[in-house]
Design a protein around this ligand. Structure first.
Ligand code: PMP
Length: 445
């Protein structure tokens, strides 16, 4: 029962591992976009186990691929050849433009970003790394420098040589700005060409490279193409492209963290960096790549990978036959079921409905995002101030009780994060909007 689970949690699990809901929710089963609790109650899952269940809980094709491999062979390690691993790597690398062809298979997003730092350092011979304010790139002692989200940083443990550039946040950044031209938000950017504010943020990045990072020390600039944990923050048009060019001029590589934005989630393209018309040097993948099975990857060019040759690379579990079979099945499903197209169409419908809702409820300060990577920023009605944590928790709790699970993020933890399994349809959106409407009504009373 729940009492027993609560006791185990308090005794055997660290206090820093937080539960999402106040009232205990025990998930027993999942099917596509639906989750079922211990009493069989059904919930529409709009958070997908933190943007991870890409094609649907227990998707039959993915489950069948796993079943088949489970009866054949589980484990080899990367020192032996295994056809499933090679088939998978071939299929995954074919998804990338240009010379991004070399794949390292690992087990989590944190591992992928840690390896990306190492590759960038090996190739450039430099050490320092820049990421953006409020970013989340993983949890590992090396990444406590890269990740800027304060809640995840131990003050004593941050390694040196990491810098955070000012976040080009159109809503809250000091220079404001428009969102990129590919945003679904109408009037997202009216600037002809690049958004004028992007230059101001680029100027600040330049200052950082000129005056803070020691000369000749920059190895890499890391950024997501839409910030995930920070609540679907989209950058002014042109920012990422210019940042990439600037960092390159100083000798650093651009690492695109596609852990949340990849695999068609942003709708128009398979990868978020394609939305910005840029080609990264290194791409990191996790979460949606395995639909919930532990799998992650780093993809780079042969030239960069070759610079790493002085040492061998080994990873016990990385891309084992089970993970590779799942990864390949996920790619098959994305193709066969037009998942990217679904993200685009249903995502557009979803954001339009959210904007309609915003007209009735002043607690909704901002609606943003693209494809099925959406954010709804809650504010104190009539202001730009973030809604208090308690109020946000009440809203999430009420929605869950009415059958809709929504995520949460942002610097003030006041952004509702909507990133469902990409198999959801317009009827599901209508259900979610009806529930959100009820919840906001109660909240405003
Ligand atoms: N990068 C991004 C953008 C993420 O959102 C996350 C996880 N929230 C990570 C990296 C780290 O992934 P993992 O939890 O698999 O280590």
């Amino acid at each position: 029962g729940i009492e027993k689970l609560n006791k185990l949690k308090s005794e055997n699990i660290s206090v820093v591992v937080k539960d999402f809901y106040r009232k205990p929710l025990v998930i027993h089963q999942g099917h596509m976009q639906w989750l079922f609790d211990h009493e069989g109650k059904r919930y529409l899952d709009l958070f997908a186990g933190i943007v991870t269940v890409s094609v649907g809980h227990c998707h039959p094709t993915v489950t069948a691929a796993l079943h088949q491999q489970i009866d054949t062979l589980w484990h080899t390690t990367s020192i032996y050849k295994h056809p499933k691993i090679y088939e998978y790597v071939e299929k995954l690398s074919a998804k990338f433009p240009g010379d991004l062809k070399v794949v390292y298979l690992v087990n989590s997003g944190s591992e992928a970003n840690d390896l990306a730092i190492l590759l960038a350092r090996a190739y450039t011979g430099n050490h320092d790394v820049i990421s953006l304010q409020s970013c989340y790139h993983g949890y590992a002692s090396s990444l406590l420098g890269l990740t800027a989200t304060q809640a995840y940083r131990f003050p004593m443990a941050a390694p040196s040589g990491f810098y955070h550039a000012m976040l080009p946040d159109p809503l809250r950044g000091i220079w404001g700005g428009c969102r990129d031209s590919f945003s679904q938000v109408p009037g997202a950017c009216s600037c002809p060409g690049d958004c004028v504010t992007s230059d101001k943020y680029i100027h600040q990045l330049n200052e950082l490279l000129e005056n803070s990072v020691p000369k000749g020390r920059i190895a890499a600039f890391f950024a997501e193409t839409i910030q995930g944990v920070n609540g679907a923050v989209q950058f002014p048009k042109g920012y990422l492209r210019k940042a990439r060019e600037l960092v390159k001029n100083y000798g650093g590589l651009y690492v695109a963290d596609e852990v949340q934005t990849g695999f068609g989630r942003t709708g128009d393209n398979f990868w978020g960096f394609q939305d910005h018309g840029i080609q990264p040097d290194i791409v990191t993948l996790a979460k949606g790549i395995g639909n919930g099975f532990p799998l992650a990857a780093v993809v780079t060019t042969k030239e960069i990978a070759d610079a790493h040759q002085k040492a061998s690379y080994f990873n016990t579990f990385g891309g084992n036959p089970l993970a590779a079979s799942v990864g390949k099945a996920v790619l098959d499903v994305i193709e066969e079921e037009n998942i990217q197209q679904n993200s685009k169409i249903v995502g557009k419908y979803f954001i339009e409905q959210l904007m309609e809702l915003q007209k009735s409820y002043p607690v909704i300060g901002d609606v943003r995002g693209k494809g099925l990577m959406l954010g709804v920023e809650l504010v104190r009605p009539g202001t730009k101030d973030p809604l208090e944590v308690i109020g946000v928790a009440d809203i999430l709790e009420m929605a869950k009780d009415l059958g809709v699970m929504i995520g949460r993020g942002g610097r003030w933890n006041n952004v509702l994060r909507i990133k469902p399994p990409m198999c959801i349809n317009k009827e599901d959106v209508d259900f979610a909007i009806t529930v959100m409407d009820k919840v906001f009504k109660v909240f405003h009373e």
